[in-house]
Design a protein around this ligand. Structure first.
Ligand code: ATP
Ligand code: MG
Length: 420
């Protein structure tokens, strides 16, 4: 019986890994333009971190986490998202004591026990950034700008940015009371989960994917219409910043975040994927999270998470091709044992000189060696036989033009260095 990869996971083979490298390089480059530095946190953390950091009323924590008890009886979970670990590290490494803001980006696998389908896996990957230590709306705009620049850079043009403000504890208190009253009256039309949410996290009902719930709450009051003065001002400054940066957006009052520590800015970036809508990036402000995780008070933060598998699917469906940069400059075809041995030295010289080179390792016929050279897309093929070694002369074939020339074996590396 052969062993299979776990359900909901995918191998990223050489057929695809170059695309990942390309996206990762682009993301790293764009992050560095905005002053973000990379952070790598563990793949697993204590369950408690996610209960507090993601919220123990969320689907992620209630249903989707991969939890396990280790041999020392500690309760851990594979990380279902990137922010909690980064914020834990920010606190644990006392980054808050440095001049702020702290700008961090990450590239990480995430794990969620979900029903696998297109764009939904049990191990998937996220690119993300977190900017801690500033509550200025200019950094919110910058966060959105960074995500957009990255997505444009990799070829996505028709992106829609939706923004909202989810208020703060001050405006949410009276709003939540109003919301609860509204939902109590609709209680019999809501799903069981929404009835639970109604009491603990009423705003999350807006996010429910059950159609009958959506039908029941068409006229639900929205927080964006009930912001306090400070939140209103923060939101209009964000818009001002986006305007001056030339970023188009629309306000979508239905973007919500149900947890207490989320504050003000929430946003999504959607690609008009052949008519279907698909969210590729979501983010927002989480001003209470640092304190929630045991860090200092008044240490605000904002960030986003971007699903890499979904990004790849969107790129593919739009026909955006990522070129495979992998190439072999030289393939050495050998005829005879002496030539084969000599080729080991030449290969080594070429590689030491930063020229990618390969040869046959399966004792193929000359014809088969040429065929293989074609298959790996070598730019040039060098033919070395025992005779050629004695004469100090080898033939060089340009595989694109089929042009052939002969050069001195002793000068091969030097000549190739100038033409590759
Ligand atoms: P959804 O509503 O699709 O479940 P979500 O709200 O759970 O998304 P977030 O927690 O905001 O998603 O994660 C950010 C991004 O990570 C998503 O926009 C998506 O691109 C990606 N993502 C989330 N869950 C998965 C998954 N199981 N497989 C692949 N990508 C995922
Ligand atoms: Mg989800």
């Amino acid at each position: 019986m052969s062993v299979k990869a776990p359900r909901g996971t995918k191998d990223i083979t050489p057929e695809e890994s170059y695309k990942w490298r390309y996206l990762e390089d682009a993301f790293r480059r764009i992050c560095s333009l905005y002053g973000y530095e990379e952070i790598r946190t563990p793949a697993f953390e204590s369950v408690e971190l996610f209960k507090r950091g993601v919220g123990d009323t969320t689907d992620i924590v209630q249903k989707e986490m991969y939890t396990f008890t280790d041999k020392g009886n500690r309760e851990y979970a594979l990380k279902p998202e990137g922010t909690a670990g980064v914020v834990r590290s920010f606190i644990e490494n006392k980054m808050y004591a440095q001049p702020q803001p702290t700008k961090l980006f990450y590239i990480t696998p995430c794990f969620r026990y979900e029903r696998p389908q297109a764009g939904r896996q049990r191990q998937f990957h996220q690119f993300g950034i977190e900017a801690l230590g500033s509550e200025n709306p200019s950094i919110d705009a910058e966060t959105i700008g960074l995500a957009l620049q990255f997505l444009k850079e990799v070829g996505l043009e028709n992106l829609e940015v939706s923004i909202n403000s989810v208020g703060c504890p001050v405006c949410r208190k009276p709003y939540n009371e109003m919301l609860k009253k509204y939902l109590d009256e609709k209680s019999d039309q809501l799903c069981a989960l929404c009835n639970e949410r109604k009491d603990r996290n009423p705003m999350r009902v807006i996010d429910c994917k059950v159609e009958s719930c959506q039908a029941a709450i068409v006229d639900i009051p929205l927080i964006a219409d009930h912001l306090c003065e400070e939140c209103e001002e923060h939101f209009s400054k964000l818009k001002e910043n986006l305007d001056i940066m030339g970023i188009k957006y629309k306000v979508d009052k239905k973007i919500v975040r149900g947890l207490d520590y989320y504050k003000r800015t929430a946003f999504e970036i959607i690609s008009d994927d052949l008519g279907a809508q698909s969210t590729v990036c979501g983010g927002g402000r989480y001003d209470g999270l640092v304190e929630q995780l045991g860090g200092p008070k008044n240490m605000p933060g904002i960030g986003f998470g971007l699903g890499v598998e979904r990004l790849l699917l969107i790129l593919e469906s739009k026909g955006i091709v990522i070129e495979n940069p992998q190439k072999t400059d030289i393939f050495i075809v050998t005829i005879g044992d002496k030539a084969k041995l000599e080729s080991a030295k030449i290969l080594s010289d070429l590689r030491q000189n930063n020229i990618s080179a390969d040869t046959d390792h399966l004792d193929r016929s000359v014809k088969a060696q040429f065929k293989y050279s074609n298959k790996i897309n070598a730019k040039y093929t060098v033919v070395i036989g025992d005779e050629e070694i004695d004469k100090d002369e080898v033939s060089l074939k340009n595989m694109d033009t089929s042009e052939q020339s002969s050069i001195k074996l002793t000068e091969l590396v030097e000549v190739l260095s100038t033409i590759i």
